[in-house]
Design a protein around this ligand. Structure first.
Ligand SMILES: [Zn+2]
Ligand SMILES: [Zn+2]
Length: 352
């Protein structure tokens, strides 16, 4: 089967072709269907902001390795013991690319995100088919298309983000970074009663999307000083909740300054793994008592992500579609930042 494969690690943006990473579509064997497994014919797999970082080899994998964890598709076959979730052939599904083992210390301690065996079923989703354990597979709600369905995984991240912010009705909220996760987070926290909801984002079209999804204010960090602009927005006392979805070392240093006393600051993106941020502990942690946290993956979030999906506005996330044969062009387009999200069509299916 066809699968989008990293054949050389390195930054896809590297100006030097000798150092630049490379992906190509390769023919790889299909995975074996185990007794408790589900084989899915993949409809769409969207490109995640983390995918180019995988090509840079942040996890130190050996090439060749596959990409893709934001998958939707149709159930093709079920193992004889994949009977616990009522799935059947033809069901429209999406899922969690990680299978939490349920047996290790962390799984049994309510911390599946740290599962020591979670990669066992972490398989390349930008492929014509994928085999997952039944526990990873979720039926899409009626009315959620396969195109939108591949966003279940990023929506699960937005749900987990909400779990970490300590939200309550009326809190003043700022989100830094209007990419897919930032805009899904914005839609989520709007539903939870955010006020003075502010998107900090340099691209005009993304600021406009934020306004359309319910932001009260937008700040362009390329044109305005974020700290000054923030001070004029809510009550002048900063935001009770600040969430970084930018992953940008340039953007993240301002955020403790716009967080209100006693507020919460969530660094919710993936960061360059050698970046270290100076932080005045006296000012922010001692004197202002702000709580700082982050997040890695999204356990316990998928059932709620399924519930919330039909309420999300997703049309602008699913407009750019490339066939799997054009995966290289799809990644090139992703890197331009012109598109909010890019979907790889892995099979042409006759259902939506
Ligand atoms: Zn992702
Ligand atoms: Zn585990």
């Amino acid at each position: 089967m066809k699968s989008v494969t990293v054949v050389k690690v390195g930054s896809l943006r590297d100006a030097d072709p000798a150092k630049r990473g490379k992906i190509e579509v390769r023919d790889i064997p299909e995975q074996q269907l185990g007794d408790e497994d589900v084989k899915i014919k993949v409809a769409y797999c969207s490109i995640c902001g983390s995918d180019p970082h995988l090509v840079e080899n942040i996890f130190g994998w050996e090439t060749p390795f596959g990409l893709g964890h934001e998958v939707s598709g149709v159930v093709d076959a079920l193992g004889p013991k994949a009977v616990k979730r009522g799935l059947k052939a033809g069901d429209r599904v999406a899922g969690n690319f990680l299978k939490f083992c349920g047996t290790c210390y962390y799984c049994q301690n309510g911390q599946q995100q740290f599962c020591e065996n979670a990669d066992e079923y972490n398989r390349p989703g930008m492929s014509e088919s994928i085999v997952w354990h039944e526990s990873q597979v979720y039926k899409l709600p009626d009315g959620v298309s396969l195109k939108s369905g591949c966003l279940l995984e990023p929506i699960s991240i937005a749900v987990r983000m909400m779990d970490k912010v300590g939200m309550s009705l009326g809190r003043r909220v700022a989100i830094c970074g209007g990419g897919p996760i930032g805009l899904l987070g914005l839609q989520s926290i709007k539903m939870m009663g955010a006020t003075s909801l502010t998107m900090i984002e340099p691209l005009e079209n993304r600021r406009n999307m934020a306004l359309a999804y319910g932001a009260d204010y937008v700040i362009d960090p390329a044109a305005d000083n974020v700290v000054k602009a923030s001070a004029s927005i809510p009550s002048g006392r900063g935001y009770d909740v600040v969430i970084d979805c930018s992953g940008s070392p340039k953007a993240v240093r301002d955020l403790p300054q716009i967080t209100a006393k006693g507020g919460g600051l969530v660094y919710a993106a993936m960061y360059p793994n050698d970046y270290e941020m100076p932080l005045n502990l006296y000012k922010y942690c001692y004197f202002n008592e702000i709580s700082i946290t982050g997040l890695y993956v999204a356990p316990y979030a998928f059932p709620r992500a399924v519930q919330i999906m039909p309420r999300m506005k997703l049309d602008e996330f699913t407009g750019a579609i490339f066939d799997i044969d054009d995966a290289e062009a799809a990644f090139a387009e992703h890197l331009t930042g012109n598109r909010l999200k890019i979907l790889i069509r892995c099979n042409k299916l006759d259902i939506e």
